[in-house]
Design a protein around this ligand. Structure first.
Ligand code: IPE
Ligand code: IPE
Ligand code: MG
Length: 243
């Protein structure tokens, strides 16, 4: 079925509000072609760029989060980590204008402190200049870990001097680094591994999970649309009995 028909089908039913993507499989994509891992990351960045362009245009989902670098990814070789940061900085700088004009609002999700100053500056500029946009709320999870995020919430609660019985679920939700984002309804992981790798923990409580063997550089608009069609076929009980 052509993409236009798939999209028409998709729009006829409720869509998720927040889709989060674990972009995995760049290294294997490169290895399969006898290329260095860096080339896989380069193609992966192109795939991310394509998807953002598509989402800003089609307005299928208002919130999208891309998991780009985990708190555990620091244990990769230094050259790979540096390459990833440079790639990201270049992508932000080169595409900022286009994405800002397309109505994208960019947010960093993660601890910026250990990131290179140039990357931090590029992100800050992008956050500032896209603050007024709302066609697509794009969060880039960078130096992000689910455990870090929960701990951040705990730290903020302690800093505010909240008493134990004042700490309700909703109060705590508002203290998490993801406070401005709705919980993800749908988490997609490419690359075939069926795990969260310390991505959203608190926020993922009722997310539908989707695992595909497709490697991230090959994950295109059609693959994304097919994933959303799968989401629409699911029954979400939230603990209730649905009769
Ligand atoms: C990209 O895929 C994920 C990032 C951390 C940038 P990988 O680099 O993990 O690729 P694989 O899993 O080794 O194939
Ligand atoms: C998950 O991929 C993190 C990102 C996509 C940023 P990894 O490749 O780091 O996950 P593991 O190490 O296989 O669990
Ligand atoms: Mg991986």
């Amino acid at each position: 079925m052509p993409l236009s028909e798939l999209l028409e089908k998709l729009r006829a039913r409720p869509l998720p509000k927040h889709v989060a993507l674990i972009m995995d499989g760049n290294g294997r994509w490169a290895k399969a072609r006898g290329l260095p891992r860096s080339e896989g990351h380069r193609q992966g960045a192109l795939a991310a760029e394509r998807l953002v362009r598509f989402l800003a245009r089609e307005r299928l989902v208002p919130y999208v989060t891309l998991f780009a670098f985990s708190t555990e990814n620091w244990s990769r070789p230094r050259e790979e980590v540096e390459f990833l940061f440079r790639l990201l900085e270049g992508l932000i700088r080169e595409k900022l204008r286009e994405f800002a004009e397309a109505g994208v609002r960019l947010r960093l999700l993660g601890d910026p402190a250990p990131l290179p100053a140039r990357l931090r500056a590029a992100i800050e500029e992008a956050e500032k200049s896209t603050r007024g946009n709302d066609a697509l709320h794009l969060a880039v999870a960078l130096n992000f870990g689910g455990r870090w995020a929960v701990l951040e919430g705990v730290r903020r609660a302690l800093a505010q001097g909240l008493a134990p019985d004042e700490l309700k679920e909703e109060t705590f939700r508002g203290l998490l680094p993801t406070a401005e984002l709705p919980d993800p309804d749908f988490i997609i992981r490419t690359g075939g591994h069926m795990r969260l790798s310390n991505f959203f923990l608190w926020e993922a409580a009722y997310a539908e999970l989707y695992f595909t063997p497709t490697l991230w550089p090959d994950f295109d608009e059609e693959a994304f649309t097919l994933a959303l069609l799968d989401f629409q076929g699911r029954t979400r009980n939230f603990g209730r009995v649905i009769t």
